[in-house]
Each structure stands twice: as structure tokens, then as C-alpha cells.
Design a protein around this ligand. Structure first.
Ligand code: GLU
Length: 464
């Protein structure tokens, strides 16, 4: 049987870390098994669903490279299908009309509460052989209820949580269509999972409670019951529920915050799933390795440091042209236009070794394209009156050499010897003069990239 998985977000907000992980696992499972991954937008909550949220979900998935084979299907466009299924269930007796008024249901609820019972529908409109139903009231629009089995239990082997068994006596007859005829949430999920031939339902464990009802309805429809894998929740760095600071933000926020999608994807993959000790794996490896047997049933914990570490790894690994185009965008967002010289690719080849964030990287290299201003503190500390003569000498020597890092290095060393200084005594003021900060990669390489003319101009401006 071909594997068919789906991601079924409700477009009531952005695609956050938890949703993205669910999408990733469903996607990877389909890829691993040569199956199909389906995107279904569950937009029947018209009050809370927005086109902007749909777009945010599509953008987030595209950014992570989670491509779908079918869809997006929108539940609001499938109303005719749900209505047909409702009709056939009414006809075959697996669903029925219920004419209880709000007041009646409220009274029922209250009396059950008073008796210390769990509030549940008492089945007064449930048709049974030999049972006389109440008189249909003229002024009430009926809802449709599912005729849930009253005996036995629903059992499934959850691929993450293990065997779960719920007695049918716990479940009352669920409303599957409202009085205005619109189908309800659980019913739409069931019809779609059935009609879309879903073989594995991978979703958050906030849906465990829906599962027994959904299985009963699937059985009533004569469907093959999919396997279920309910993923545990993700906790923040602090072990608390995810907060805005810790991942309860749109995945696109990670883009804005300087992360590569490869890093976020790798990071998400390890949130609650493992493959031995492997921490770093690309998309292909993940698809090849992913299985539902190695998902932890306990909650996964967000770890910002690990995400930064992965980001550093992928910043080193990514194709340099892709990195350059990403950094160009970030520079432009700061109103800096990288010119042809110095070559951005060469700058990045040097700088990416020490970066773990794209925004920081763009900030760190900006001085190649705009004149930096050093802090008074750095200037005072490093460009001291005693060092000026050595810098003068160096600057003169630099005018007449081949502009390579090696030749520059030789000249710095010569000045260091001549003035009996330690290397940093010369390197630090150079950094401050050229980069505007006291931190940079090897200064001779920085100078080689910056170019002879620009280097000398910047040094001179501090000596004048
Ligand atoms: N629409 C549901 C949600 O966004 C998911 C339903 C499902 O996966 O069955 O939480």
C-alpha cells in the first residue's frame, strides 16, 4: 500500500515550530516510503481562519523546502463532499437528526452535574429498534449526530504513545453537522482522511482525544483505519510551555532572525526524534533515516544553543553563492549595497568560518562596503600616540608591495621587529582603523580583501 501522509493545519495563525515539526515528520515519512505528502488547510473555523495565515503556512513550508505532492486542499471548498457523506450516513443509519433545543441540552447538563455525572448527550433522539422517538418540534432546526457504538472500546496502537484503549461508554453521540447544516471539525477530518486515503496520521498529541471518535466514524464509513502517531509537545528552553521567546513564533521569524532553513530543518528533525548519535544530517539523510520508531513519547525541549550551533555548521557548508545572495539581501535591508570589489564571495569565505548567524555575519562584514566608525573607547585603547610612528612606517611600506596577505604579513612582522613590539600592538590598531572594531579574522587577510587603496586611505585618516 502506498504511504499517504498529510499535514492539516488550521490557518488561525502562523506556522510555528510545533506545526513545522509535524509537517516535517509527515513529509519525511512519505518521502522515506516513496509515498505522497498532502497539504490540507482546515479552514472551517471561519471566524479564526485568515488568508494571511494560509499564506504564512505556505511561505513557511516553502522556506523549509517541504514540498507537497497533492493540495493544498481547502476544507471550505469541500462542503459538497461533506454534505454528501452526511446524507449517506443519515440514510444508512450511522447518523441521525437531533432536535434538542439549547435549553433542553443545558437542563440536561445541569442535572447531570448535580448528580455528579460527566455531562454527555443522553441519546434521546438516537433511533433504536422498537424505541419511540419524541415528537419533532416545529420550530427547531435539527443538528446531525453520529451514532457512536455504545459497547466495546476503541483501540489503536499509537506509533508514538503505544496502545491506547478508550471505552465507547466514554463517548457520546457527537454532533457532526450544526443546525445550519455546516459540518463540524472532527467530521471533516474524518471524511478527508478517508477520501484522501491517508495511511498514517502524524499530528500533535493535542488530538489524542479526538482519535477514538474519529476512528469510530471512519469505521462507520467503511474506511481502512490509518495508523496514528501523536507527537508530544515541545517545551521551551526553560522546560515551560513554548513561549514567544522560545519557538512559539513563526518559522519565518527564524529567517528574519538570521537562520538558514537547513539549520532549522535539521534542528526540528532532532526535536523528539533521533538516529543514534547523529546530530547533523541533511535533508536527504533525514528522509532516508526517518522512522516513527525513534520518536520519543516524552516532551521535546527547545534548545537555542543547539540551533545556533547547527546554524554555524550550515553557514560553513552552504554553497557560497547562495550564502552571498542571502547576505546581499541582509546588507540591502540595512541600506548597504555590496559593490563588485571587494568580492563578497571572498569576504564570506573568510568570515563564514566564525559566524553562527546571518544577520550578525552581514553586520560583521558591512565595513567592507561602508566606512566604519570605531568607538572612542577602542580608538583610545589601541591607537595610542606611541604606536603612531610604527603605523606611519607600516603605511609607507605598504604602498609599494604586491597586495597579498603573505606580503602584508611580512611587512607587519618587519615593523613589529623594527619597533620591538608584540604583534597585537600593531594588529589591534589596524583592526580598529580598518574594520571599526577590535575583532576581525586575521588582519592581513582582511587587508588583502579590503584592497590596497582603501586600506591605506583608512590608515591615513587615523594618522592625519
Ligand atoms: N487542523 C488541526 C490543527 O491544526 C490538525 C488536525 C489533524 O492533524 O488531524 O491542529
Amino acid at each position: 500500500m502506498t504511504v499517504r501522509t498529510r499535514f492539516a493545519p488550521s490557518p488561525t495563525g502562523f506556522l510555528h515550530i510545533g506545526g513545522a515539526r509535524t509537517a516535517l515528520f509527515s513529509w519525511a515519512y512519505a518521502k522515506k516510503h516513496g509515498g505522497k505528502f498532502i497539504l490540507r488547510i482546515e479552514d472551517t473555523d471561519v471566524e479564526r481562519s485568515t488568508p494571511a495565515a494560509v499564506q504564512a503556512i505556505l511561505d513557511g513550508m516553502a522556506w523549509l523546502g517541504l514540498d507537497y505532492d497533492e493540495g493544498p486542499f481547502y476544507q471550505m471548498q469541500r462542503m459538497d463532499t461533506y454534505k454528501k457523506v452526511l446524507q449517506s450516513m443519515l440514510e444508512n443509519g450511522t447518523a441521525y437528526h437531533c432536535y434538542c433545543s439549547k435549553e433542553e441540552l443545558e437542563a440536561l447538563r445541569e442535572s447531570q452535574m448535580q448528580q455528579g455525572l460527566k455531562p454527555r448527550y443522553d441519546g434521546r433522539w438516537r433511533p433504536e429498534a422498537g424505541k419511540a422517538l419524541p415528537q419533532v418540534p416545529p420550530d427547531i432546526q435539527a443538528v446531525i449526530r453520529f451514532k457512536n457504538p455504545q459497547t466495546g472500546s476503541v483501540v489503536w496502537d499509537d506509533l508514538v504513545k503505544g496502545r491506547i484503549e478508550i471505552s465507547n461508554t466514554e463517548l457520546d453521540d457527537l454532533i457532526i453537522a450544526r443546525a445550519d447544516g455546516t459540518p463540524t471539525y472532527n467530521f471533516c477530518v474524518v471524511v478527508d482522511d478517508f477520501e484522501m486515503g491517508i495511511t498514517q496520521v502524524i499530528r500533535g498529541d493535542d488530538h489524542v482525544n479526538n482519535t477514538p471518535r474519529q476512528i469510530n466514524m471512519l469505521m462507520a464509513l467503511g474506511a481502512t483505519i490509518p495508523q496514528y502517531a501523536h507527537l508530544s509537545m515541545i517545551l521551551g528552553d526553560d522546560g515551560q510551555k513554548l513561549s514567544k521567546r522560545h519557538g512559539a513564533v513563526s518559522v519565518m521569524q527564524y529567517h528574519a532572525d538570521g537562520y538558514l532553513p537547513e539549520a532549522v530543518l535539521n534542528y526540528l528533525a532532532r526535536l523528539g526524534w533521533s538516529h543514534g548519535d547523529a546530530e547533523i544530517f541533511n535533508r536527504q539523510q533525514f528522509c532516508a533515516w526517518f522512522d516513527l520508531d525513534h520518536i520519543t513519547p516524552s516532551a521535546a525541549q527547545f534548545n537555542s544553543e543547539k540551533l545556533n550551533w547547527l546554524n554555524a555548521h550550515y553557514i560553513k557548508e552552504i554553497d557560497i553563492n547562495l550564502l552571498a545572495s542571502d547576505i546581499t539581501e541582509r546588507l540591502q535591508a540595512n541600506k548597504i549595497a555590496p559593490s563588485a570589489a571587494p568580492c563578497l564571495n571572498n569576504i564570506l569565505a573568510l568570515y563564514r568560518e566564525r559566524a553562527n548567524n546571518l544577520n550578525q555575519l552581514a553586520k560583521d562584514i558591512a565595513y567592507f562596503y561602508v566606512l566604519p566608525t570605531a568607538s572612542a573607547e577602542d580608538v583610545g585603547k589601541h591607537i595610542t600616540p606611541e604606536i603612531i610612528p610604527a603605523m606611519q612606517t607600516l603605511s609607507e611600506k605598504l604602498t609599494s608591495i604586491d597586495w597579498t596577505a603573505e606580503a602584508i604579513h611580512r611587512e607587519i612582522n618587519a615593523v613589529v621587529t623594527q619597533y620591538a613590539l608584540k604583534f597585537p600592538k600593531v594588529a589591534m590598531p589596524l583592526r580598529v582603523m580598518l574594520t571599526g572594531t577590535a575583532q576581525s579574522p586575521s588582519i592581513d587577510q582582511v587587508m588583502a580583501l579590503l584592497g590596497q587603496k582603501e586600506t591605506l586611505t583608512r590608515i591615513q585618516s587615523h594618522l592625519a
